[in-house]
Design a protein around this ligand. Sequence first.
Ligand code: GRF
Length: 205
Amino acid sequence: MRLGVLVSGSGTNLQAILDAVATGALDASVAVVISNVSTAAGLARASNAGVATEVVNHREYASREAFDAGLVERLRHHQVDTVVLAGFMRIVTRVLLEAFPRRVVNIHPALLPSFAGVHAQRQALNYGVRVAGCTVHLVDEGTDTGPILAQAVVPVLDDDDEESLGARILVQEHALLPKVLQWISEGRVRVEERLGRRPRVFVTG
Ligand code: GRF
């Protein structure tokens, strides 16, 4: 499995992937890390691990679709077969999704379908839920709506703020994302498409 990891920020989930590849827990290689933000710390993490980096600046494209076509071109150049959105703060279009059918994975810091979109941890605190967590899912054309592959749960404590809750969730993210990618690399994830209904996901083995 040749991963293309897209990041916009600090890249701690990218780091978890790089570490899992280094230890052999994840049987894959990170072919390229692409960011839309030239200063993203995730790019330095990739360089430190000897992984190729690219900057594709969304501001240089006239539309989301044109930006995605630029991403696809660079991903194909690096012979990527699976794309991971790891803190990638852009909404992707069918241009990316059709280039990598059912091979685009996202990590979201909430128990979907609750609290999609930005500031998921803040949404959870404001709502007053007692458990929170993270979701790894396949990406579709909606925002955080694609088929769910795995979720992990954390408690919400009375004195939590966005930062403390976010940190507790992030620990789970770093464990869950490499684990799910390993399932994919082993061919253990099967998606059953169902007309007019949500696809059903099976994880075998
Ligand atoms: C994570 O909370 C992830 O779930 C969300 O963006 C954040 C990225 O963090 N999509 P990092 O860049 O991996 O540190």
